[in-house]
Design a protein around this ligand. Structure first.
Ligand SMILES: NC(=O)c1ccc[n+]([C@@H]2O[C@H](COP(=O)([O-])OP(=O)(O)OC[C@H]3O[C@@H](n4cnc5c(N)ncnc54)[C@H](OP(=O)(O)O)[C@@H]3O)[C@@H](O)[C@H]2O)c1
Length: 278
């Protein structure tokens, strides 16, 4: 795939979990290691990043920005605007493509901390990106060019599936669904495992079977063109075991509960975004 990522210098601000996941994903995709660099004031974080990935690190964010054509902001949300504001105005902050993965930090706050005309992509990945199976939605400000959307798409596709959001507001619903979603699935897994134990399975078997069932069902839903509801009906023979189990889930209104969970997380994301500054 030909993209700007093949030739441009990529800098990560922050050497934590997400920067490592993204840099690792890009390396697996064939981006040369010497094209990437990362900055973090914490020496132990830099050492961990450099030794696990073989990518150069710096202590100074401004040196990183000066040499990068794409800058990925991978610090905690509370740090993002501070990091940008601390960069010296003498460096050309309007030059790189900025990509922020900070949850809840809106484009308007990022634009206010960068010069006019800065091109900024805001993305919402999720924790499975750490194992290359993330789900990332992204949106960009008006200054961002079409080829830069493709750059962001390629970058996040190195750690999983991507979706270009139609509005920035949709990123709150994305947070409620896929951002918080891994935790819902972990809870579902806990429940399946506990139920398996109660029915007499050994823990090792209950875990292995539950994990593979969720993974396999998701893989089938991705690869089969039929909708999940059709796949569900296909395995629900009248009078059979699956129908007996589904009857209980429907009686407990599993769909209604998921609806409420995604809605509550979406509302909370909206609140946090508006508290975070603009
Ligand atoms: N983890 C996820 O699955 C996930 C999902 C969606 C979005 N995100 C977003 O991704 C971002 C990073 O999350 P993470 O889990 O990778 O966090 P993390 O592991 O804590 O990494 C952040 C790194 O930034 C460093 N840092 C702090 N101040 C800095 C500065 N002034 N300049 C450069 N680096 C600095 C931190 O160092 P110290 O440890 O010394 O502070 C740490 O190494 C967050 O904004 C989060 O909202 C994460």
């Amino acid at each position: 795939m030909k993209s700007a990522l093949q030739t441009q210098k990529i800098g990560f601000i922050g050497c934590g979990a997400m920067a490592s996941a993204l840099a690792g994903g890009l390396a697996r995709m064939g981006i040369p290691l010497d094209q990437m660099c990362a900055a973090d004031p914490d020496l132990s974080q830099r050492e961990r990043f450099a030794s696990s990935l073989g990518i150069r690190t710096l202590a100074d964010n401004s040196a990183l920005v000066e040499q990068s054509e794409i800058v990925v902001l991978c610090v905690k949300p509370v740090m993002v605007v501070r990091v940008l504001s601390n960069l010296p105005k003498s460096i050309h902050l309007e030059r790189p493509l900025w990509i922020s993965i900070a949850a809840g930090v809106r484009l308007i706050s990022l634009e206010a901390a960068l010069p006019d005309g800065a091109r900024i992509v805001r993305a919402m990945p999720n924790t499975p990106a750490l194992v290359g199976e993330g789900a990332t939605a992204y949106f960009a400000n008006a200054a961002t060019r079409p080829e830069e959307f493709r750059t962001a798409e390629t970058l996040f596709s190195s750690v999983g599936a991507t979706w270009l959001s139609q509005t920035e507001g949709q990123l709150d619903a994305v947070t409620g669904l896929s951002g918080s979603g891994p935790a819902y699935v972990f809870l579902f897994l806990e429940g399946l495992i506990e139920a398996g134990l109660k029915e007499g399975l050994p823990e090792e078997a209950a875990e292995k079977l539950a994990f593979q069932t969720v993974l396999g069902a998701a893989r089938l839903a991705i690869e089969d063109e039929r909708k999940p509801g059709v796949l569900r009906e296909q395995v629900s023979s009248p009078g059979g075991t699956t129908v007996a189990g589904l009857g209980e889930l429907n009686a407990g209104d599993l769909k209604g509960i998921l609806n409420k969970a995604v809605s509550a997380a979406t509302r909370r994301s909206q609140e946090l975004s508006s508290e975070s500054g603009d």
